[in-house]
Design a protein around this ligand. Structure first.
Ligand code: GLU
Length: 454
């Protein structure tokens, strides 16, 4: 009897995935994200056949809706430019659709769907009332003037506004979208709606509807999560050698908190190359270069003679370290880079970005006994504080930095605990990939059972 259920569960997952592959043959990132989750779920269906009976997986992988729209805007030379905008509203069983907007030339339907799909599970793990969504555009903000950014954001919101709302769908930032862009979109939304619906967007400027600690939240949250991983092994950040990829919002505040806990962070990067500073990253200088001057990370070596700059990002993973924190973008670590990290003695890998390790890399880490923190658990701090921003907006109030930071800290601890326990309960102790996928899935699946089929 038990074997029959086991075969059924495997068969069920295989069948749904085969159908998914056929329908989405040209969406590699989406299929990659789905496969990683599907592989984790067989034990859940074995334990709870009711999820199969209600065909939860097949229903869950089909987004509620995908909105795609034209964004026409005028550049500084008065030329009309056209980009494509997206919003994927994936699942709103737990709360309004929630997830960032990404402005990057690589954005297409596959990228949007992978991010929105991951967001469902991530948001469920936060324990906050937020569903899963994501959006963005293939617009490239690099090299654009402030006025161009403003006009693009306004044009984007002129179309998006009709699909969102504080109780419907709440976008925020992601790659290429920070407080400035959110501010321009918020202004346009407010103008069109003629109402101050602050909770429609998160990541707003503090004092203008934004929450304190939202900027720091993803990076700090990542470090709080890794702190729990290390605690499990009776270890800490003290004197650990850390490599962080990226130098955006996530990377900068991960470095800040890791250094605060006594880690020795020796490298970071941007999309052109990486810097290695054996004396430890001077974070004040990185902030000045990236946040104030808006320069490339290369500029760092002009002021730090013992640091080196290397063109291209792949080799950042050849730097020996105890802890690797990929905080740049998807698929930045493949099997080869994972093997290199392992050969150099990496002990913990935790993802600040969304899906930075491909499936090969994840398998390498797990098989080598590297303690691996998957993005949907480890980087959930950003969206968790977005939910706290929504709560503040609903209450028309502001909380102190300390209050938000403390809440973030306990949310990250809870995510670690839940993921770790779910892994143990399903026979995969220490496997946080399986644990976080299962813990997130069960919450959403139970909500779908409550709602019934529609
Ligand atoms: N873009 C972030 C993420 O990947 C944050 C989303 C949000 O705050 O809604 O989770």
């Amino acid at each position: 009897m038990e074997t029959a259920i086991k075969n059924n569960a495997q068969q069920y997952v295989d069948d749904v995935f085969t159908k998914l592959k056929k329908k989405n043959a040209h969406q590699p990132e989406f299929l990659q994200a789905a496969e990683e989750i599907f592989l984790s779920l067989v034990p859940v269906f074995e334990k709870n056949p009711k999820y199969m009976e209600h065909n939860i997986l097949d229903r869950l992988v089909e987004p509620d809706r995908i909105i795609s729209f034209r964004v026409a805007w005028q550049d500084d030379q008065n030329q009309v430019q056209v980009n494509r905008g997206y919003r994927v509203q994936y699942n709103n069983v737990i709360g309004p659709y929630k997830g960032g907007l990404r402005f990057h030339p690589t954005v297409d339907e596959s990228i949007m769907k992978f991010l929105a799909f991951e967001q469902i599970f991530k948001n469920a793990l936060t324990g906050q009332a937020i569903g899963g969504g994501k959006g963005g555009s293939d617009f490239n903000p690099k090299g654009k003037s402030d006025a161009e950014i403003m006009r693009f954001c306004q044009a984007f919101m002129t179309e998006l506004y009709r699909y969102i709302g504080p109780d419907v769908d709440v976008p925020a930032g992601d790659i290429g979208v920070g407080a400035r862009e959110v501010g321009y979109m918020w202004g346009q939304y407010k103008r069109i709606r003629g109402a101050y619906e602050a909770g429609v967007l998160t990541g707003k400027k503090p004092g203008f509807g934004g929450s304190l600690a939202r900027t720091e939240a993803t990076g700090y949250g990542l470090i709080y999560f890794v702190e729990e991983m290390l605690r499990e092994e009776k270890d800490s950040f003290l004197n650990k050698k850390v490599v962080v990829s990226g130098s955006g919002n996530v990377a900068i505040y991960a470095i800040e908190k890791a250094q605060h806990f006594g880690a020795h962070v020796v490298a970071c990067s941007d999309s052109s190359g990486y810097i290695y500073d054996p004396e430890g990253i001077d974070l004040k200088l990185v902030k000045e270069i990236k946040e104030v001057r808006g320069e490339r990370i290369k500029a760092y070596v002009n002021e730090r003679p013992n640091a080196t700059y290397s063109e291209g990002c792949e080799n950042i993973w050849s730097i020996p370290c105890d802890i690797a924190l990929p905080c740049a973008t998807q698929n930045e670590i493949d099997g080869d880079q994972a093997r290199l990290l392992i050969a150099n003695g990496v002990h913990v890998v935790a993802e600040g970005a969304n899906m930075p390790s491909n499936l090969d890399a994840i398998n390498e880490f797990l098989n080598a006994g590297v303690f691996f923190g998957p993005g949907k658990a480890a980087n959930a701090g950003g969206v968790a504080v977005s939910a706290l921003e929504m709560a503040q907006n609903s209450g028309r109030t502001y909380w102190s930095f300390q209050e938000v930071d403390e809440k973030l800290h306990s949310i990250m601890k809870a995510i670690y605990k839940e993921s770790s326990e779910a892994a143990k309960q399903h026979g995969f102790e220490g496997n946080l990939v399986i644990g976080s996928n299962i813990a997130g899935f069960i919450k959403v699946a139970n909500g779908m059972l409550v709602e019934g089929v529609y």
